[in-house]
Design a protein around this ligand. Structure first.
Ligand code: LMR
Length: 330
């Protein structure tokens, strides 16, 4: 049984950026959960620790989950491959990081396709949204256990951005998403794909001028320290695929699999119920820590929409018009 709470373990890891303390009992199956976010208030950190705490308590003696936050086990570029190799069993990567496996997930990246997280959650509960959970099972062996919302995204930069034209000629860090790259190009700016763990340094040294992220990532990774301000563009969703591999699931007994999947489902529901409050708290934390936030007038916001929305048509043939309509209309 776990002697100390996973939350504390993860916090210690985050602070030391070291390796995980193995505190599972012998005889328990050790299951590794790797992710890239940090801090204590981040929705993914909280959900991953909740999942581990529940499994470790309810499946005590059978299974023991160790959580590795902050890219301490695997970073963005290696984690999916590590899952296929069996070096890790649980991940929760951003839906924007699956470009080499499926183009369909581009639907989640389309600018202004979701009004807010409630809209995105409605889409994930449609038949189309549910099908996407298992989109890569057949050919990659990736199994989606649930969607974890993270937040809507906002631009930050080394100067205030009120209109997309303010970003002309600037360099922005993006995730490895073709949709995000085109969206930045539509602003006459340059996208630079980069691992999450490298973003703070790249902003600090001027390798890039700006980035786009949620309040929780901007706060817990302290991006506000090395940026002039953040603009409340609300232009895109950040959500995660809480996932495992089909090999791992197949290796469990029917009874253990059913229990494991039930806990995954419960924790997913809980995570999505609390994510809005976490985002609001981290927005307030940024202000308290001295970060600046620019709000937009409806006219200014409309210019962002007009600049970015044409990207939808560029990706229609890859994502599928029906899927885009299902997302936009959910
Ligand atoms: C990013 O790379 O900006 C995010 O996907 C990180 C995360 O997992 O929230």
């Amino acid at each position: 049984m776990k002697k100390i709470s996973l939350a504390l373990t993860s916090l210690a890891l985050a602070l030391s950026a070291g390796t995980a303390v193995a505190n599972c009992d012998s005889g328990e199956r050790v299951v590794k959960f790797s992710h890239v976010t940090g801090g204590t208030t981040h929705p993914k950190v909280v959900a991953a620790n909740n999942f581990a705490d529940r499994v470790n308590k309810e499946m005590n003696g059978k299974m023991c989950i160790e959580v590795f936050p902050n890219s301490t086990l695997f970073g963005d570029s290696k984690e999916l491959e590590a899952l296929l190799l069996g070096d890790v069993q649980l991940l929760a990567p951003s839906l924007s990081k699956f470009g080499s496996y499926t183009e369909k997930f581009g639907v989640f990246d389309l600018p202004f396709v979701f009004k807010d997280m409630d809209h995105a959650i409605r889409f994930t509960n449609t038949p189309e949204g549910k099908d996407l959970l298992l989109e890569m099972d057949d050919y990659a062996g990736f199994v989606g256990l649930g969607y974890w919302m993270s937040g809507m995204k906002y631009f930050s930069a080394n100067k205030p951005l009120l209109l997309p034209s303010d970003a002309e000629g600037m360099k922005f860090r993006v995730q490895t998403s073709d949709v995000a790259k085109q969206m930045i190009s539509a602003m006459d700016a340059s996208p630079q794909a980069m691992a999450f763990s490298e973003v703070y340094g790249a902003l600090q040294t001027g390798v890039v001028d700006g980035q786009e992220n949620t309040w929780s990532n901007t706060y817990t990774k302290k991006f506000y320290e090395v940026q002039d301000s953040i603009t409340e563009t609300n232009h895109q969703l950040l959500a995660y695929l809480f996932m495992t591999s089909s090999d791992f699931l197949a290796s469990l007994s029917d009874e253990d699999r059913a229990q494991f999947l039930q806990i995954a489902d419960d924790v997913t529901q809980e995570a999505n119920l609390s994510v809005k409050a976490a985002e609001a708290a981290n927005r307030a934390n940024i202000l308290k820590a001295g970060g600046k936030i620019n709000t937009l007038t409806p006219e200014q916001r409309q210019e962002w929409v007009d600049t970015m929305k044409p990207v939808w048509t560029q990706f229609e043939k890859y994502i599928g018009k029906d899927l885009i309509n299902a997302a936009a209309g959910a």
